[in-house]
Design a protein. Sequence first.
Length: 387
Amino acid sequence: MNKLLTFPHTSDLTTSIRAKALLFHDPRSSNLLEQVERIARTDASALIIGETGTGKELIARHIHNTSGRSGPFIAVNCGAFSESLIDAELFGHETGAFTGASQARAGWFEAANGGTIFLDEIGDLSLALQVKLLRVLQERQVVRLGSRRPISLDVRLVAATNVDLQKAILSDRFRADLYYRLSVATINMPPLCDRPGDILPLARHFVEMYSHKMHLKDISIAEDAQESLLSYEWPGNIRELENVIHFALIVCQGNRIRAEDLKLVGALHRNRIQVEDQAASKSAPPNQVKPTNEAPKLETLHRRLDALLGEFISAGEPELFDSIEGSLIRTVFKSCNQNQVHTAKVLGISRNILRTHLKRFGIIGFDVNAASVANIGSAESSVSRIA
């Protein structure tokens, strides 16, 4: 399929961390598009699961645009705000509901009435907010902070996450009843490396897009560069591919992108696993099931960890929890080459929760004023994104 999905006013998103284009050339992508368009024709809540940078918001927008709903599309990043702020932003508030509430204000659910609300990074919602969201989904009503009057809603909910919500349920970080409400229709977004048929068409799209911005003409991708693009793992998915092409256009000479122009710096973790699996399968005798030693190995490691924790307790380690948690964060962050996306995936948490821990332990800096301004700006931007 030659369908191209992009954001409206893409030129205004030069600093965005989101995937800004989706193409469906790969067979797996074509099947995904067919599934998405079947889901779009219903009113079912949808849950999009996929790594950062795979284009989850573009899929959510396509669901809205294909659904025929006449209302707006409102996108909200649940991980960008504090609990008190997102409570008021999601559900609205009345005058005097809290300090600084000088006038009543509708929330994002009311703003999306008749349309679609997209809750990105849904796994970052606190348990208290999860209860309120579940009630909104069940009753199709919202109650503003400081009010007792319910407001009826006609809103379709599409949520997205890059964390394993089932693991979050087991660790009591996500409500099982909310998960089942959200996942009426589940869409699994494959990483870019699992749909190689999309890589070169997307690369050519970004070449065309940035060539126009940079006033370049007749830019081509050399064969060695194409091979490099196809063999790379793309841990940052489509977002990383866009950045790589942008950089290559800056440094390339003679209107031709070559392999040496590509700044491919991500860790090749997935490729190494595939190579090891292939080598192991080739060395195993035919029709013989390859035994796995992972479970016994993990049990041994857990026993060693328990013994080590016992030694810490016996030694009277002060602030044991913070000490162990800080050591875990630092160790995984270092082993992932300080890549926040990979670190969050290894730990089974979202990138925003990871950043909170990294700032808490002083691993990365934190500018309070800048963060406050970013939250306010992001809130205004989210409300104004109406398709």
